[in-house]
Design a protein around this ligand. Sequence first.
Ligand SMILES: NC(=O)c1ccc[n+]([C@@H]2O[C@H](COP(=O)([O-])OP(=O)(O)OC[C@H]3O[C@@H](n4cnc5c(N)ncnc54)[C@H](OP(=O)(O)O)[C@@H]3O)[C@@H](O)[C@H]2O)c1
Length: 306
Amino acid sequence: METTTPITIQQIEMGLGAWAWGDRLVWNYGSGYSDADIEAGFRVSVENGVQMVDTAEVYGNGQSERLLGKFLKHTDQPLYIATKFFPMPWRWTKTSVVNALRASLRRLDLPRVDLYQLHWPGWVVPIEWLVEGLALAQRAGLTREVGVSNYDQNQMQRAYTVLSKYDIPLASNQVEYHLLNRSVEKNGLLDRCQELGVRLIAYSPLAMGLLSGKYSSENPPPGMRAGRYQGVMQKLQPLLRLMAEIGQDTGGKTPSQIAINWCICKGTLPIPGAKNVRQAEMNAGALGWRLSPEQIKALDDASDKM
Ligand SMILES: NC(=O)c1ccc[n+]([C@@H]2O[C@H](COP(=O)([O-])OP(=O)(O)OC[C@H]3O[C@@H](n4cnc5c(N)ncnc54)[C@H](OP(=O)(O)O)[C@@H]3O)[C@@H](O)[C@H]2O)c1
């Protein structure tokens, strides 16, 4: 059965992030949510119009891809499947990209994915070598589209140029983007993506859960997130109050839905993570409507003050 879908990344409004599926280090997989919770969240996302899942070979050391492969067998809904290559320092040939994708496909139990992304630019190997590997993987029919992640403007341009030689479009650049981190909007990367026809995939659109409104200085998020966002927690309340107000004026939307919809309104493709049905259902409720230009401006102003 063909479980992937012929649509392109340009046509997708929102995806589901699968980092927490198997990850103990940051997300504490195994405590507070189970595989059954994740699968129920996956199912409800798909039923509510989410068309894409984003995973990576390193998420849970392959467990995220394995779980996704299992869940795909329980759905008839075609989905756009994206995974990523991690540029380990010892992987420096273009065939290493193809071999890593073959291993991902075995875990996913799929003949091909829809999007294969370079997770990071790499620290040892020139960008061009790894991008050649993406081209090779696409030519071999192992992925329909190719993309990068965490690439700045210059790095993205280099990837774009290499792929142009093969007549392969650079489909996407996946970067951090949310109301607490708007650097791609300010440094020109978002504009450049739009000029080149590269879809900007916004990761951590809820700022790892902070924009859901459930955390505060008194009730910080568990684990490494507390340290990462320590300085932000005290300043968060005015923005969260505004998000709640806007939510009330928009038919009772939640802060999470406002945060995700704001990413969509900015022309990006958010991929929020969800650990259970409640979160998945709420996040999918960000689809099918739009914040007004005035509401977007108010959110921009409040985020600028942070
Ligand atoms: N390319 C990269 O380098 C990169 C880096 C990071 C992420 N990503 C991708 O982006 C995806 C999403 O990013 P992310 O997981 O870092 O952060 P996120 O989507 O901003 O936040 C997800 C977390 O927020 C909480 N949450 C989600 N929905 C909620 C709701 N409706 N109400 C309350 N809490 C909710 C959950 O954690 P708690 O319940 O524990 O709070 C959930 O795991 C990842 O899964 C991954 O696919 C890519």
